[in-house]
Design a protein around this ligand. Structure first.
Ligand code: PAF
Length: 283
């Protein structure tokens, strides 16, 4: 039976009791709720790799900009609990904002320089500062051996890998593959905002990703050619507004001139008022 914990003290006690018992690998899956099959895949991976699994469910206010969707972000506690339990969670950690930010606006923040201003950080100032801060709080509360994140948020992964390395945290970051709908759309809690027409238009993101993957498979490695070609795919759907199309080193988020093995190809675009992202790690 999955336990629901609400306070940092309870989560820490859970983790420390397991650790004191010895031999327990503890997994954490940080989420903002509105769970879908992508989250379920993270929880199942944690279940497979760890003796005990905590899933956190917290819509983190500090990673939303003033004009972003914090207030309307989908909240579905009952359904999330059922999905987390079915996927194998032992604990659901669902704190209040006051519990994680006891000093409100005067909180201490964790700032990962440079990387936090790239990709999504460039169009969402302060976003990765909020992510790094809340993930640090969750790591300090759960003290997990492993934490599971989706590759879909590739820039977030880069920021969190750098943060755990810089702070010499003991938690290993495990990255799980993107989960897609049958037609290719990468799963996202924000897909719920799309109208039927926008959802069809949004398929251009995964089309561009597949297109670049197929060019690379055919031997094309020059970034200007690959990027121009991806822009061409987007040009066919003018309703979707491109935010970025980029080929980058996944660790540094520096642009590359030649796509190599492990290069990140990432896109972000607006379908109506919904910002969507997608990517591939090139072979
Ligand atoms: O990826 C997310 O859902 C969030 O950014 C995270 C990691 C749970 C932090 O709030």
């Amino acid at each position: 039976m999955m336990q629901v914990l609400r306070t940092v003290a309870e989560l820490r006690r859970w983790s420390r009791t397991l650790r004191a018992a010895g031999g327990n690998i503890i997994g954490l899956v940080p989420t903002m709720g509105a769970l879908h099959e992508g989250h379920a895949s993270l929880i199942r991976a944690a279940r497979a790799g760890c003796a005990q699994v905590a899933v956190s469910l917290f819509v983190n206010p500090t990673q939303f900009g003033p004009n972003e969707d914090f207030a309307r972000y989908p909240r579905s506690f009952e359904a999330d609990g059922a999905l987390a339990e079915a996927a194998g969670a032992d604990v659901l950690f669902a704190p209040t904002v006051e519990e994680l930010y006891p000093n409100g606006a005067e909180s201490t923040f964790v700032d990962v320089p440079i990387l936090s201003d790239r990709l999504d950080g460039a169009s969402r100032p302060g976003h990765f500062r909020g992510v790094a801060t809340v993930v640090t709080k969750l790591f300090l509360a759960a003290e997990p051996d492993r934490a599971y994140f989706g590759q879909k948020d590739a820039a977030q992964v880069a920021v969190l890998r750098r943060m755990t390395a810089d702070l010499r945290l003991a938690t290993e970051i495990v990255v799980c593959p993107i989960v897609r709908d049958a037609d290719g759309l990468a799963l996202s809690s924000r897909n719920a905002y799309l109208t039927p027409a926008e959802r069809t238009q949004a398929l251009v993101l995964s089309r561009a990703v597949r297109h670049v993957e197929s060019l690379v498979a055919g031997g094309e490695r020059r970034a200007p050619i690959l990027l121009a070609s991806a822009h061409g795919v987007f040009a066919a759907v003018p309703e979707v507004r491109v935010d970025y199309i980029a080929l980058l080193d996944w660790a540094t988020l520096d642009p590359v001139e030649i796509a190599a093995s492990g290069t990140l190809f990432a896109v972000a675009a607006w379908a109506g008022s919904t910002r969507l992202i997608d990517n591939a790690i090139l072979p």
